[in-house]
Design a protein around this ligand. Structure first.
Ligand code: OGA
Ligand code: ZN
Length: 412
């Protein structure tokens, strides 16, 4: 039975991380049949017996080939408990009763659980909420450096997650640039607009975006069950007058409403609307509140784009109030206090969180000059995953070839 990593000669872990050896100081059995481990600095982890058994290396636990769990839950003996537990060379060693199975656990892996590093948002930067006075322009990075270096990519994405937007400058203005940058992050999200799409003034537009009119603070594709998490917009050409870009931090708007207009926030989070995105060959629709705060564990999602808002999905007597609340959001989100405005120059690319940040543009005069952007979407998962992996590789003392060899096999 293979229960140690063949390269590292350490207990297997249910993932491809290479943990620092963080020797455990002591262990005792808890009254529920689990184990409590303690490190020298006082950090502790209480291990439930069933969770520990499920993560034991070997059959009915962690398969050394996939590093995933092969336990069929119906085969788990719910009476499982830790019969004996001790520390061996800093690792936790446990005998499970009544099975009689011995298993050892990597102390660095246990330590990362003790420190909460396994949680979805643990390795990502904390959002920093901003108003126009605090962030006058998008945080700006050098585009060619981000294309060439993982360190520069990590710095840019760090700002993107912290502020909800981050800009690259000095990029080539070719049509393929947005795709090149997007693929540095991860898999692009296709839609009926294509993997990448243009924003220009079209003769026969299938979206308000492709006209010269103002786009007030909005989020894209609220007509989808899950709107795209992130958007990249790259400026290829811009010789028109007007058409400055705008951005508003939705989290700052929420904080403001919570404090000053709680009734409005309540209406925005509870009254639902149906959004449509339809043309000859498409019929997308979804119903949701303008501000969706989910279950509180994931960031808020804004659904706001008047051209694709179809119907109020609420009882008749609530409709006037819901329109009032939406109008209040319009005033606040497009006000000088919350919204920044800046020029979009050829070679610039702005990435933003389409769930959190409301973007837009001023109207422009399309009779003289051309304004040509190219965009793409990514799911949030792609951005989050890239940030975690970059952090793992850039902070690890393990040679990166060793980390990268396992990457392709890990399709969990
Ligand atoms: C869009 C959009 C911004 C711009 O296409 O949805 O917001 O600057 N465009 O044209
Ligand atoms: Zn848009």
């Amino acid at each position: 039975m293979v229960t140690t990593d063949p390269v590292m000669h350490q207990p297997l872990t249910p993932d491809y991380y290479h943990y620092e050896w963080a020797p455990i100081d002591s262990v005792y059995r808890s009254s529920d049949g689990g184990a409590v481990v303690t490190w020298r600095d006082g950090e502790q982890l209480k291990c439930h017996p069933l969770w520990l058994r499920e993560n034991a290396p070997g059959p009915g636990g962690i398969d050394p080939r996939s590093k995933e769990n092969d336990l069929n839950i119906v085969d788990l003996d719910l009476e499982t408990r830790v019969g004996k537990a001790f520390v061996e060379n800093g690792a936790l060693v446990v005998h499970f009763e009544p099975e009689g199975r011995r298993a050892s656990f990597h102390p660095g892996w246990l330590r990362h659980v003790a420190e909460g590093e396994h949680r979805p948002f643990a390795l990502l930067p904390e959002p920093q909420v901003w108003r126009a006075a605090e962030l006058t322009e998008p945080p700006t990075h050098d585009g060619p450096s981000v294309l060439a270096s993982d360190e520069a990519l990590a710095d840019w994405l760090d700002d993107l997650l912290r502020y909800g937007l981050a800009r690259l400058i000095n990029l080539p203005i070719g049509q393929e640039t947005v795709e090149l940058v997007g693929r540095r992050i991860g898999v692009l999200r296709d839609s009926n607009f294509g993997v990448t799409w243009h924003v220009t003034v079209d003769i026969d537009p299938n979206s308000t975006a492709n006209t010269n009119v103002e786009l007030p603070a909005h989020s894209d594709l609220p007509s989808r069950e899950t709107p795209p998490g992130f958007q990249l917009l790259h400026c290829q050409e811009n010789t028109v007058s007007g058409g400055r870009s705008t951005m508003t931090d939705g989290l700052a708007v929420v904080n403001h409403l919570e404090l000053n207009e709680p009734d409005v926030l309540e209406l925005l989070t509870s009254r639902e609307w149906t959004f449509f995105n339809r043309d000859d060959s498409q019929d997308h629709r979804w119903t949701g509140p303008i501000i969706d705060k989910g279950d509180g564990r994931v960031p808020w999602t804004f659904r706001a784009f008047h051209p694709v808002r179809g119907f109020p999905a609420m009882p008749e007597e609530e409709i006037t109030g819901a329109y009032f609340a939406m109008q209040r959001l319009g005033y606040v989100a497009n006000s000088d206090e919350f919204q920044i405005r800046y020029q979009f120059a050829p070679g610039d690319l702005v990435a933003f969180d389409n769930h959190r940040v409301l973007h837009g543009r001023e109207s422009f005069d399309a009779t003289a000059g051309v304004r040509r952007l190219r965009g793409t979407y990514l799911d949030s998962d792609e951005v989050y995953s890239r940030v975690r992996v970059l952090r793992r590789h850039l902070t690890s003392t393990i040679p990166s070839e060793m980390l990268l060899t396992t990457e392709e096999d890990n399709n969990a």
